[in-house]
Design a protein around this ligand. Structure first.
Ligand code: GAL
Length: 681
């Protein structure tokens, strides 16, 4: 079953309006509404007084039109009576300011009383709707950590952080030794002396004292503590929803993928039924790779679910004033909404809801983007979701009987993300952008990939890309070695294995603990700015190609490996920068800098061919992506043209359209924002 719908706010609508809204949704072929995430004051207007009738009536009326519902716990918006009752429950930001009532997300996720009340409203909601066959599940809260609320610094959090550290290190002496607090004379006599870090990498927060350098070990542990605290908060609600909800109801939340960096989603969702994510790609742009990256991660967070399916609880639909004018949200390019929705479904989504149905006339999100403008008249965006619903119905059988099976994966690691954010190596380099760049290069080459955690089973993949795995321990080093020894092809990029799990530098030659795997030592490294840029020459299929490097660069010394790229100029001329080493039955490649786009693609394809990775039989122009889905004896290729102009795709082999089995020419033309599902004839 596939669900396609909208985020809907019936608390803002009259009974007649609700009737016509639901009718319009059903007429568009939509079959889901997601409701309630900010409606606490309507559900529990005073402590212990519950008013669920209005919500029940919406669920019933939707149900009578064939529309399913996802209910949200309303805890992202604690009501006035509650904030008044618990004056110290407010979120405290990096500047020590407590968020007052009057917006949303104004709570500390560690506050015991707030946790209790959150769990109670979740319980009441689930108990009330447990038997409703059309309530398919629950979304916990809304976008935890969003709007700079992922690192609370209240006194309670401080005390709990001390306790967390004490549990982890056992004694202050241990902590001092592992963090190296003797540096700058920071040795602690007790856990109580530890301050919460002043500096922060939280999105939307202003650096409080720019020249204050906290201990990086303290900061990494604080990231972990905040992540785990928020996970605990979600788990408390998940437990209530599971205990009191129905067995047919899915429990999840809406994360923000790699957009918000304060929760380790691999850990957060491990006990949930589905991974849930929100995504706001640019609907006027020509790039689906960023969305693909999120879907590929989404497929691999909750791996126990059938076909690795996930939920997209909010998906962009364009239009409106935009929430923050300076972001410049534009109207969607014609076809972009429809394409994005089908792209998500083809990539493994089981549910997609657009944010949102109708422009808000009130409040902070007044006139924000939506399917319908405030006048409620169906126009272009409405017609597009109607067309998307119709295309989804056509593709539904195929999506049910096929799934995505990748033989390539890219490793995504929160410790490395955090560590590189805490102490950046270059003002333009970010871990996420670097991972995305490698991922895009795979897609451009027709290689589908999963995005996986370090806990995943590497042996399922013929090729594993490991971008800047900055933080490692012996266990992870051994796992990488075993993967290659067993025949895997590993590609690791610069800044690999520089620090340990305490965010302390490994005191070994780099890549620490892995020099025997790669057959090299990194002898020098530096950031790349205009004055340190160099030309890198690389051999691709017997031909020498060259291009400038960016961000970061390393010089490699051979310890058994073959050097396959070298510096062409500067004082590094002749030094190696990419290496390749046979290790056991596999090969480990080390890439000491960035490779120019085209040469990099060809280099990657050559390695993929050697590794036996399956590559799509299409010549993909820039911005065209293909998703391979497989079922019993069947392979379906869904092609997407993200460009705002037609693109011609050279096809290698005989293919027919899935819809009508008509053959397609070998120079297939895909219109702007078009897509097509093909099978071999
Ligand atoms: C999301 C959020 C929604 C709404 C939307 C506006 O991040 O979950 O509630 O604020 O952004 O773009």
């Amino acid at each position: 079953m596939h669900y396609y719908g909208v985020a809907y706010y019936p608390e803002l609508r009259t009974s007649e309006q609700i009737e016509s809204d639901l009718t319009l949704l059903a007429e568009a072929g939509m079959n889901l509404i997601r409701v309630g995430e900010f409606a606490w004051c309507e559900l529990e207007p005073a402590e212990g007084i519950y008013r669920f009738e209005w919500l029940e009536s919406v669920v019933e009326r939707a149900s009578s039109k064939g529309i399913w519902t996802v209910l949200c716990t309303p805890t992202a918006a604690p009501p006035a009576w509650l904030t008044e009752q618990i004056p110290d429950m407010g979120y405290v930001d990096s500047q020590g300011r407590q968020r007052p009532f009057g917006s949303r997300r104004h709570y500390c996720y560690n506050h015991p009383r707030y946790r209790e009340l959150s769990s109670r409203i979740a319980e009441k909601l689930a108990a009330r709707f447990r038997d409703h066959p059309r309530v398919i599940g629950y979304q916990i809260d809304n976008e935890m950590a969003q709007e700079g609320t992922g690192r609370c610094r209240c006194n309670l959090c401080k005390r709990q952080f001390h306790a967390w550290l004490e549990r982890k290190y056992g004694s202050i002496e241990q902590l001092n030794a592992r963090w190296g607090t003797v540096f700058w004379g920071q040795r602690y006599d007790s856990f109580e002396q530890i301050n919460l870090p002043v500096a922060t990498m939280e999105a939307n927060s202003i650096p409080p004292i720019p020249a204050f350098f906290d201990n990086p070990s303290l900061r990494l542990d604080f990231e972990r503590f905040c992540s785990q605290s928020q996970i605990e908060y979600m788990q408390i609600q998940a437990e209530a929803l599971r205990t009191f909800g129905g067995p047919h109801q899915t429990v999840t939340t809406n994360g923000t993928g790699t957009g918000t960096n304060s929760i380790n989603y691999f850990e957060a969702f491990a006990p949930m039924d589905r991974y849930g994510v929100d995504a706001y790609p640019d609907l006027r742009g020509e790039d689906l790779y960023a969305a693909s990256f999120e879907w590929s991660l989404a497929r691999n967070v909750v791996v126990s679910t059938d076909n690795h399916r996930f939920w997209v609880l909010e998906l962009a639909c364009g239009g409106g004033h935009g929430l923050w004018g300076f972001e410049g949200r534009l109207q969607p390019y014609p076809g972009a909404i429809k394409q994005l929705a089908l792209h998500a479904f083809s990539s493994g989504a089981e549910l997609v809801t657009h944010f949102q149905y109708l422009q808000f006339p009130y409040g902070a999100e007044q006139l924000n983007y939506s399917i319908l403008d405030a006048d409620g008249i169906p126009r272009r965006r409405y017609e597009e979701v109607r067309a998307a619903a119709s295309d989804l119905r056509e593709m539904a059988d195929m999506l049910e009987r096929t799934e995505i099976r990748c033989d390539t994966a890219l490793l995504f690691d929160y410790d490395s993300l955090w560590s590189l954010g805490i102490k950046p190596v270059h003002r333009e380099f970010t871990y996420v952008a670097h991972a995305r760049e490698w991922y895009s290069r795979l897609l451009e080459s027709g290689i589908g990939a999963d995005v996986i955690s370090a806990e995943a089973d590497f042996d399922r993949y013929a090729m594993l890309i490991v971008p800047s795995l900055f933080v490692t321990d012996c266990k992870l080093q051994a796992k990488l070695k075993a993967y290659v020894a067993n025949g895997g092809t590993l590609i690791a990029t610069f800044l690999t294995s520089v620090k340990n799990k305490d965010n302390v530098a490994h005191q070994q030659s780099l890549p620490a603990g892995l020099t025997d795997l790669f057959g090299i030592h990194v002898t020098e490294w530096e950031p790349v700015f205009e004055r340190s840029m160099a030309t890198v020459g690389i051999e691709v299929k017997g031909e020498r190609r060259s291009g400038p490097n960016r961000y970061w660069t390393e010089s490699l010394e051979q310890h058994g490996a073959v050097l396959t790229a070298e510096y062409r100029n500067t004082f590094r001329q002749g030094q190696g920068v990419i290496s390749s080493y046979k290790y056991g039955s596999g090969t480990a490649h080390y890439v000491g800098t960035t490779i120019a786009r085209e040469a990099g693609k060809e280099w990657l394809v050559a390695l993929a061919e050697q590794a036996g990775v399956s590559i799509a039989p299409f010549q993909l122009p820039s911005g065209v992506e293909v998703i391979r889905r497989e079922g019993e004896g069947e392979t379906v290729w869904v092609l997407f043209n993200a460009n705002t102009c037609e693109k011609e795709i050279a096809i290698d082999g005989m293919f027919v359209r899935l819809s009508d089995r008509l053959p397609v020419p070998n120079n297939l033309r895909l219109p702007a924002k078009g897509y097509i599902a093909l099978v071999s004839s």
